[in-house]
Design a binder for this molecule. Sequence first.
Ligand SMILES: NC(=O)c1ccc[n+]([C@@H]2O[C@H](COP(=O)([O-])OP(=O)(O)OC[C@H]3O[C@@H](n4cnc5c(N)ncnc54)[C@H](OP(=O)(O)O)[C@@H]3O)[C@@H](O)[C@H]2O)c1
Length: 246
Amino acid sequence: MKRIVIIGATSAIAHAAARLWAGQGAALFLVGRNAERLDINAADLRVRGAASVVVHAMDATDDAAHAPMLAAAVEALGGIDVSLIAHGTLPNQRECETDSARLRAEIETNGVSVCLLAQLFANRFVVQGGGTLAVIGSVAGDRGRQSNYVYGAAKGMVARFLEGLRNRLARSGVQVLLVKPGFVDTPMTAEFDKKGLLWAQPEGVAAGILKAIDGGRDVVYLPWFWRYIMWIIRHIPERLFKRLSL
Ligand SMILES: NC(=O)c1ccc[n+]([C@@H]2O[C@H](COP(=O)([O-])OP(=O)(O)OC[C@H]3O[C@@H](n4cnc5c(N)ncnc54)[C@H](OP(=O)(O)O)[C@@H]3O)[C@@H](O)[C@H]2O)c1
């Protein structure tokens, strides 16, 4: 029986992953800032076969709450096999360009809080002698674009942080997985009106996350074709790239 902690467990992608784990009879510890929605999700996961579900209300940007959350998770589960860090917000790029407080808050949520939590779980896994840290980043972290470089910078920070963490833990038996989804149809992207061929559903991304964990992967693009799209985007010369309306 897998023992799993999910940060941002009210996320559509995270909940789809939790449903798959529940179907495998996992024990789940759900962390999110909306206690009412956590309870609703927990009831759903119990019906779907979870061995146990415990909920824990925490705002991921509240650093002081991180260590007590980990202690509560270890007490509830007896140990942790997988932690999935999934929380995030899609900033209003335009507002961030003129509002420093907003810019800082978005970087804190999507970048700093994720690194702090990643380190907390990683250190726990070292003590345990193994475990999987899976973090949801984004293809947006691969290159800064005028339309969303605040979000992209935060996701890029997470990618670089995990790269170093993975290197540090390479001999410790700890898997450090970075998940890079492309466009996913979730509440985060509800305001996008044209959802074409490049769009994925949270269930498909969730299945990809579980497969990447079970396959011991380091980095996974979901769906797979984003690896090639982002390869092209990363290789456009800066002289040309800065003039594009992306
Ligand atoms: N949807 C996409 O196209 C897409 C693409 C690439 C990457 N991603 C990433 O995928 C992850 C999951 O997003 P999603 O698409 O599933 O969107 P979602 O359903 O809107 O989920 C985002 C979740 O993050 C939680 N959250 C935000 N700030 C938080 C905080 N300070 N403390 C605790 N929880 C917080 C939200 O909680 P509340 O319910 O309390 O607001 C919400 O449950 C995010 O990291 C996102 O950046 C999404």
